[in-house]
Design a protein around this ligand. Structure first.
Ligand SMILES: Cc1cc2nc3c(=O)[nH]c(=O)nc-3n(C[C@H](O)[C@H](O)[C@H](O)COP(=O)(O)OP(=O)(O)OC[C@H]3O[C@@H](n4cnc5c(N)ncnc54)[C@H](O)[C@@H]3O)c2cc1C
Length: 374
């Protein structure tokens, strides 16, 4: 496909659709982005951790490789994004602490540490006192932790604003319409039919409704998140991302440059429900205060829920569904982490060249032999 004459229609303007649209337009394609509410989906709720090591788990080696490959691309991606948009995406490089409070949490940390050792991705074990020397806001209940220096974080909303500005500057045309179906050569919306050489489905948790090959393959997994701000006189937040299991429940605190903190996240199979529940908020607050007691003095700015677009094997779906229709969806809990490699893969596939090797595990064809779960 020759870039200048090819029309690309990207369906969905979250972190994935915006990244793909920006990079495709910057590569010379004529791009339209179709979304009734760009940047309002899961991407606006996310914590913004770029943390393949801290999130690694036995059995998810392919995801770790894919995430690590995308993490390596983030510094250059952020730099190009700043230059193209004139905005800062808020990349933070202080790293992550993974900490635990009770004996079961500490056993989980030991398992993670041993697993990373076996993969040759060693992290350092610290006791509570060493951890509090690094992050004085940690509470006395934190007794063990791992220091993961290589993981990054980004301010999700700053990054979305930068991606939108970069996409517009590169010539992406935004259409505030809802797509109803995607087929080779066209995207049908509630108002019109958009002709294109290639359509890219990047509608997050809503992708399954748009093409028969995705039907039953992408499901929403709900997550609730709180946004906090340190008030005058309160202890400052940690500099690093702090994650726990706290009594077995996963939790994280991601600091922002402006003194804000994102506290997340719950995880439920609840269909397309995006209500924030009192029980979810209670669990987050109780667990977070155990890690950083000073949070009780912080202002609560926002409570929101988002839908992680999830597949059966927790890997995304990246590739051709049929000639002229590409999927770039199913990024589950790693859409920000995986945005650079996804956008690079989409542009390679639009050009008809091989995408990065690590993306092979995300081919839609991996399910051909398996019945879908609906
Ligand atoms: C609580 C929570 C915390 C998270 N934390 C992290 C984290 O720390 N790090 C990380 O990397 N990831 C994190 N994630 C995951 C990340 O947010 C997702 O993987 C990512 O946002 C997916 O991006 P997306 O662009 O595919 O989907 P979305 O951001 O959901 O965007 C989809 C877009 O498609 C549009 N759309 C939907 N239907 C249609 C239609 N029919 N026609 C046109 N447009 C449509 C929507 O309006 C929306 O703008 C988190 C997710 C949640 C919920």
């Amino acid at each position: 496909m020759s870039e200048g004459s090819a029309r690309v229609a990207v369906v969905g303007g979250g972190v994935i659709g915006l990244s793909a649209a920006w990079r495709a337009a910057a590569a010379g394609f004529r791009v339209e982005l179709i979304d009734p509410a760009p940047a309002a989906g899961a991407s606006s709720v996310a914590g913004g951790m770029l943390a393949p090591i801290a999130e690694a788990w036995p059995g998810e080696e392919e995801l770790l490789e894919l995430g690590s490959a995308s993490l390596r691309r983030w510094p250059a991606f952020a730099e190009e994004l700043s230059a193209a948009s004139g905005r800062c995406p808020g990349l933070r490089t202080e790293g992550t602490l993974v900490v635990g409070v009770d004996s079961a949490d500490r056993a989980d940390l030991d398992r993670l540490c041993d697993y990373l050792d076996r993969l040759g991705r060693s992290v350092t074990r610290y006791d509570g006192r060493q951890l509090r020397r690094l992050e004085p806001s940690l509470g006395p209940g934190v007794r063990r932790g791992l220091v993961v220096p290589g993981d990054l974080a980004v301010d999700n909303r700053a990054a979305l604003a930068a991606l939108r500005a970069a996409a517009e500057a590169a010539g992406v045309v935004f259409r505030t319409e809802r797509a109803t179906a995607v087929r080779a050569g066209e995207v049908r919306t509630e108002e019109s039919v958009v002709d294109c050489s290639t359509a890219v489905i990047a509608a997050g948790a809503h992708s399954a409704q748009l093409h028969p090959s995705l039907s039953g393959r992408i499901r929403p997994v709900k997550g609730e998140v709180l946004r906090l701000r340190a008030r005058a006189g309160a202890l400052p937040p940690p500099q690093r991302t702090v994650r726990g299991p706290v009594h077995g429940r996963p939790i994280y605190l991601v600091p922002r440059d402006d003194g804000g903190v994102v506290l997340g996240a719950t995880q439920y199979e609840a269909g397309f429900d995006t209500d924030v529940t009192l029980g979810g908020v209670r669990d987050l607050v109780v667990d977070a205060e155990e890690l950083v007691p000073g949070l009780s003095e912080y202002a609560l700015l926002e409570a929101r829920a988002g839908l992680r677009p999830t597949t059966e094997d927790n890997l995304p779906v990246l590739g051709l569904l049929e000639p002229g229709v590409l999927a770039a969806t199913g990024h589950y809990r790693g859409g920000f982490l995986l945005a650079p490699i996804t956008a690079e893969a989409v542009v390679a596939m639009l050009r008809g060249v091989e995408p990065p090797d690590e993306v092979r595990v995300a081919e839609p064809g991996r399910w051909e032999e398996q019945p879908c779960v609906s």
